[in-house]
Design a protein around this ligand. Structure first.
Ligand code: ADP
Ligand code: TRP
Length: 325
C-alpha cells in the first residue's frame, strides 16, 4: 500500500495542521510506503516571493521532521526536485476537459476573491493546479491519498483524469483512493472559528514563548464570572484545545472545575499554555537540533528526491510509451 500526500509551504504550521494533517501522516508511516512532499511548485500559484518560498519550504521540512517524520520510514522531498512531474502534468493536461477545471471550487473561490480585490491575479497555474496535483499523485502509482476535506474535489478530478488517460492510451495509471480525514475534529483557533492561517487565529507549533502565551491568554470565552457554574464547559475553546494537548485526567479535572463553578477561564488558559508548551517540548528540542544541522535536513530532502525520482522515472516512461512519445 502506497500513501502519498503533499503539503504547501505557506507559512508556520499550527496546531490545526498538526492534528488535522501531520499527526495522521506520521502515523501512516507505520502502515505502508509513505511518500510525502513539499508542494513548492503549487505554492507559486499564489506566492511570488522567492525568499519566502525558500524559507517556508525549509520551515515545513523542519516542522515535519521535528514532529516525527522518519526518513527511514518515508520518502520526503521537495516537489520541484523531481521536475518530471511537470512533464506528466503536460501529458495529463491534453486529456483534461476545460469544463472539469472550470468547475473546480478552489479555482472559483480564488476568482471570486480576485473580483472582490482580495488577490491580485488569477494565473494559468491556478487554473491548471488540479492537473499538476493529479500528476503528483499518478507519477508515483499512489494507492491512497490522505487529505483534508477541502481536497476532496481535487482527488475526484485526479481519478477522472487518470481514467480518461487510461481509456485513451491503455491501462497506464493506478486509480488512487482518497482518504478524507472526516474523523479528525476541526481544531478551533483563538477566536473560536476553525484554526487557519487565513483567519490569523493560529497557535503555532514552534514560536517564541511569550508571544505564544499572549495568544493563548487571548483565546475568546464568554463573559460569565468565575463563580458561575458552567454546565457547557466542553464548548469552551480553551477546554477544547486542552483536550488535545493534555492527558485525559487533566482535561476532565478542568471540565469538572468549570462545571462546579468557582473557576475562571483565565486559569484554564494558564493550564492550557503549560500543557501546549510541554506537549511540544520534545519536538522543539528536536527542531533546534535540526535547525543547527541544516546540511542533514538538505541531505534528507535530496535522498528523498532521488528515491522518488527512481519511482517517477518508471511511471513516466510507461506513460510516454503509451502515448507514442
Ligand atoms: P490553513 O487553513 O492554515 O491555510 P492549510 O489549508 O494549509 O491550513 O492546511 C493543511 C492541512 O491541515 C489541511 O488539509 C487540513 O487537513 C489541516 N488543517 C488545517 N487547519 C485545520 C484545523 N483547524 N483543524 C483540523 N485540520 C486542519
Ligand atoms: N493541494 C494540496 C493542499 O493544498 C497540496 C497538494 C499538492 C497535494 N499536491 C498534492 C495533496 C498531492 C495530496 C496529493 O493541501
Amino acid at each position: 500500500m502506497r500513501f502519498l500526500t503533499g503539503i504547501q509551504p505557506s507559512g508556520a504550521l499550527h496546531l490545526g495542521n498538526y492534528f488535522g494533517a501531520m499527526k495522521p501522516a506520521i502515523e501512516l508511516q507505520q502502515q505502508g510506503e509513505a511518500f510525502y512532499f513539499i508542494a513548492d511548485y503549487h505554492s507559486m500559484t499564489t506566492l511570488t516571493d522567492a525568499a519566502r518560498r525558500r524559507q517556508y519550504t525549509l520551515d515545513v521540512a523542519l516542522d515535519f521532521l521535528a514532529c516525527g517524520l522518519d526518513p527511514q520510514r518515508c520518502i520526503f522531498w521537495r516537489q520541484s526536485a523531481v521536475p518530471r512531474v511537470t512533464e506528466l502534468a503536460w501529458l495529463l493536461s491534453t486529456v483534461t476537459p476545460m469544463g472539469l477545471l472550470e468547475r473546480a471550487t478552489s479555482y472559483k473561490d480564488k476568482k471570486d476573491k480576485l473580483a472582490s480585490g482580495d488577490i491580485e491575479k488569477v494565473n494559468h497555474g491556478l487554473f491548471a493546479y488540479p492537473v499538476l496535483m493529479a500528476a503528483d499523485i499518478l507519477l508515483f502509482d499512489s494507492n491512497v491519498v490522505p487529505v483534508g476535506k477541502d481536497q476532496k474535489q481535487h482527488l475526484e478530478m485526479t481519478r477522472d483524469i487518470a481514467a480518461k488517460f487510461n481509456q485513451i492510451y491503455g491501462e497506464v495509471f493506478v486509480l488512487p483512493e482518497p482518504r478524507i480525514r472526516e474523523e479528525v475534529a476541526v481544531v478551533p483557533g483563538t477566536d473560536g472559528q476553525k484554526m487557519s492561517k487565513s483567519y490569523g487565529n493560529t497557535l503555532e507549533l514552534f514560536g517564541e514563548e511569550k508571544a505564544l502565551k499572549k495568544k493563548v491568554m487571548s483565546i475568546v470565552s464568554d463573559s460569565r464570572p468565575p463563580a458561575e457554574p458552567k454546565p457547557d464547559a466542553e464548548q469552551n475553546t480553551a477546554i477544547q484545545l486542552l483536550k488535545l494537548v493534555a492527558p485525559p485526567e487533566v482535561y476532565q479535572l478542568w471540565v469538572d472545575k468549570l462545571r462546579a463553578g468557582g473557576t475562571g477561564y483565565g486559569d484554564v488558559k494558564k493550564v492550557l499554555f503549560e500543557h501546549y508548551w510541554n506537549f511540544l517540548a520534545p519536538a522543539r528540542t528536536r527542531r533546534a537540533e535540526l535547525a543547527a544541522n541544516l546540511d542533514y535536513v538538505e541531505q534528507v530532502l535530496q535522498d528523498g528526491a532521488q528515491r522518488a525520482q527512481a519511482v517517477a522515472d518508471g511511471v513516466l516512461e510507461r506513460a510516454r510509451q503509451a502515448c507514442g512519445l
